[in-house]
Design a protein around this ligand. Structure first.
Ligand code: HEM
Length: 342
């Protein structure tokens, strides 16, 4: 899922000049560590006086990761400032990215409105929220398709029908890929990237479904359990079955579930502001991967033997990275296999 990280780091979002495979792999590794650390049970959270002893060594590890992150963010800011300086008053020849906008914000004194720490925190927030969630979802969707080759074939047939064999997948194709959209929706049901969403705190005493929730209670929403509940999903509960979302005969399968049986992006005021972009990135990455390549598992591994073990953290990645063999299937489109696409 390095490609997705590269996509986000470069292009219009963070505009990293050197967002190559190595930089993206490095960054993805750091991001995975952040999410793993965020999801750990740290005894000092519950017995604060133990914090000074750092019994589990997590605080030391957090400081290390934080340093690596800081270098990464400093480079992003530095690259942008140098580019602004070099350009001077000349008009820009490419659209502004997220970091350009942060840098352009001015306070009353005409200086940069945000200091470096604030900008780095915002960049980190956006990158972390966007990358791990999207790459984890895509990896699970690919895993499910490789475990169920008939589903993969059906999804490929759909992409072939909509896109053809003479061009690459485009964003405008995504709304016509109902089966692929159902695959993503089913992936969210069984493998929600945020198994407990993000902790929320009750701002006042309240009551939910007959339960009294005192002010300041830390609340988790167990979306993992929602997706696997036999009360909610009476039919083929534990099976990856995208067709459950196809029977409404709608032209476009909406990934948002109106009945809130799956809430991968949460709901309400604090729901994910990047949901449309996240869905688009996941769909585009998957459609491109299955359109451009045939996929198989490394022999002698058979599809039914593929491990679906999870690693619990703030997000829910695979315990072992997915390894697949890709065979090109679009001989006429050189662009599909070039890393220089724009
Ligand atoms: C498959 C992709 C994604 C999933 C499943 C996802 C899911 C979530 C979830 C569950 C939350 C927590 C909501 C809550 O507090 O209850 C969240 C928050 C957030 N997400 Fe996403 N997200 C995805 C992609 C993105 C992308 C692409 C961006 C930005 C470009 C993004 C930006 C954010 C931000 C900034 C927050 C914090 C919002 C706040 O606290 O007010 N997300 N996301």
């Amino acid at each position: 899922m390095n490609v997705m990280t590269q996509m986000l780091l470069s292009k219009r979002f963070f505009g990293c000049k050197d967002a190559g495979p190595q930089q993206s792999a490095e960054f993805l590794h750091i991001t995975h560590q952040v999410f793993w650390l965020l999801g750990l049970f740290n005894i000092a959270d519950y017995l604060p006086f133990l914090r000074w002893f750092d019994l589990q060594g997590y605080e030391r590890l957090m400081r290390q990761v934080q340093k690596q992150m800081d270098v990464f963010h400093s480079n992003i800011l530095q690259e942008h400032r140098l580019e602004h300086e070099a350009r001077g008053d000349r008009p820009r020849d490419k659209p502004e990215d997220f970091v350009d906008i942060l840098l352009s914000l001015r306070g009353n004194d005409g200086k940069e409105h945000l200091d470096d720490v604030e900008m780095k925190a915002l960049i980190q927030d956006m990158i972390a929220a966007a990358i791990d969630t999207s790459s984890v979802t895509s990896e699970w969707a690919m895993s499910e398709m490789m475990k169920n080759p008939q589903i993969l074939r059906r999804a490929q047939e759909e992409v072939d029908r909509v896109v053809g064999a003479d061009r690459c997948v485009e964003e405008s194709d995504l709304m016509h890929l109902s089966f692929l959209r159902s695959i993503v929706k089913e992936t969210f049901r069984l493998h929600p990237p945020g198994p407990f969403l993000i902790t929320h705190e009750a701002t006042k005493d309240t009551e939910v479904a007959g339960y009294h929730i005192p002010q300041k209670t830390q609340l988790f929403v167990n979306t993992y359990a929602l997706g696997r509940s036999h009360d909610i999903w009476s039919e083929r509960t534990d099976e990856f079955w995208p067709d459950r979302w196809m029977d409404n005969q709608q032209e476009k399968v909406e990934i948002r579930d109106e009945k809130l049986r799956i809430i991968p992006f949460s709901v309400g005021r604090r729901r994910c502001p990047g949901a449309p972009l996240g869905q688009c990135m996941v769909l585009l990455a998957l459609a491109t991967l299955i359109h451009a390549f045939d996929w198989s598992l490394p022999p002698p591994l058979q599809p039914h033997e593929l491990s679906m073990e999870e690693s619990f953290g703030l997000t829910l990645p695979r315990a072992h990275p997915l390894v697949g063999i890709a065979m090109p299937r679009l001989p006429n489109i050189q662009q599909a296999y070039s890393s220089q696409q724009d």
